[in-house]
Ligand binder design. Structure first.
Ligand SMILES: *Cc1c(COP(=O)(O)O)cnc(C)c1O
Length: 366
């Protein structure tokens, strides 16, 4: 090892626990037909309008992309009835988690999130030297509102909450969200990560609408990766409570962060809302069916407002995941301390979900 001093905050970071790639899954399982249920991708693919625009002359790979994402922000502003100047577009919403952390946090600042957690809600604050406090889910696999309220009221610099919650699944209802907003004091930024917003049941709260009427500092994160099926293109965005916050988040990102294909595709995907809502309806129906089947096997499954299910595998999750992989099914075994019995499985195509149900019946069914 060289004697070069490294940034200690970065050198100490845990790796991001990404889903297994398909070549590795094929090599380990000896099967070609892999059910990819580890990364919350859309089993329906994406809108054909996206494929069409990327094959058309309006996509110009030889030009630098617009660093301000002007067309996409205008389209989003119209769709969300938000001033486009309050929107910052990222290379996936994950880049916005990093940009918010760089924009707001300094070494020693305190951050609150939940556990089990979306890895980057912890990794990005740690990268800038912040301290992260994690509030555990309840035994019923829900948000611990009282505990969250208490730590939020203590005045951390940033609160990262995903609702609907990755990896667990439930979403905050309107009154619970209002309760958490009510606990936020001046000097605290609430980051509400709504990556799974589109999958929530009708009547679920819209964070942008609710926060707009509040007086707190906030960022709402959304993404094209899940419901719109553009995970490989990397587009997500932040809706900010004020212009100065948006400006500082925008300068915290790299200038040409969202490439030309991604910007063109996102505009086309947003325009084809019918494709997205039809896909989400199919995935929701499959979520309900699959959750009932897993519960029927005697598994404790969290309520889900997302495109995945989180459940207690009743033993070490890695060995159950290895058993599933033998059958060509890739899932995510949770590795956070205290949650090693849990697994997260993406809702896939009906055939993939059937494979998962049959395999679980064989491996853990009563
Ligand atoms: C998937 C996900 C994201 C990030 O998605 P991008 O692909 O980077 O847009 C952000 N937050 C949560 C909670 C997610 O599950």
């Amino acid at each position: 090892m060289s004697s070069l001093p490294l940034n200690p905050h970065i050198a100490a970071l845990p790796p991001y626990n990404a889903g297994m790639n398909i070549a590795m899954a094929r090599a380990l399982s000896g099967r070609n037909d892999i059910a990819r249920l580890a990364s919350n991708e859309n089993p329906d693919g994406c809108s054909p309008a996206v494929m069409a625009v990327l094959a058309s002359s309006s996509f110009e790979p030889w030009r630098y992309a617009d660093p301000a994402c002007t067309a996409l922000r205008a389209a989003l502003g119209e769709r969300l009835t938000v001033d486009p100047s309050l929107i910052v577009v990222g290379n996936g919403s994950e880049e916005m988690i990093a940009a918010v952390s760089r924009a707001v946090l300094v070494p020693g600042a305190s951050v609150v999130t939940t556990v089990p957690s979306f890895g980057l809600h912890e990794i990005e604050p740690l990268a800038v030297g912040a301290n992260v406090v994690k509030i555990a889910m309840t035994p019923e696999m829900g948000f611990d509102l009282a505990a969250l309220e208490k730590v939020i009221a203590a005045g951390p610099r940033v609160v990262f909450i995903s609702s609907p919650w990755n990896p667990v699944g439930p979403g905050l209802d309107r009154s619970s969200l209002q309760r958490l907003i009510g606990a936020v004091r001046p000097g605290t930024l609430l980051v509400l990560d709504e990556a799974y917003f589109e999958f929530a049941d009708p009547g679920a709260p819209d964070g942008i609408e609710i926060l707009r009427d509040s007086s707190i500092d906030y960022v709402v994160l959304r993404t094209f990766s899940k419901a719109y099926g553009l995970a490989g293109l990397r587009v997500g965005y932040a809706v900010c409570s004020d212009l100065e916050l948006a400006r500082v988040i925008a300068v915290a990102k790299t200038p040409f962060n969202v490439n030309a294909a991604a910007q063109t595709a996102a505009v086309a995907a947003l325009a084809d809302a019918d494709w997205m809502t039809a896909s989400v309806a199919r995935i929701r129906a499959e979520r309900i069916r699959t959750a009932a089947a897993l519960a029927g096997l005697g598994l404790q499954v969290a309520r889900s407002q997302t495109n995945f299910l989180f459940f207690d595998g009743k033993g070490d999750s890695s060995s159950l995941a290895a058993g599933l992989l033998k059958q060509g099914i890739v899932v995510k075994a949770w590795r956070e301390a205290g949650y090693e019995r849990f697994l997260r499985v993406t809702i896939g195509s009906p055939a993939d979900n059937d494979r998962l149900i049959a395999a679980l019946q064989e491996l853990v069914g009563q």
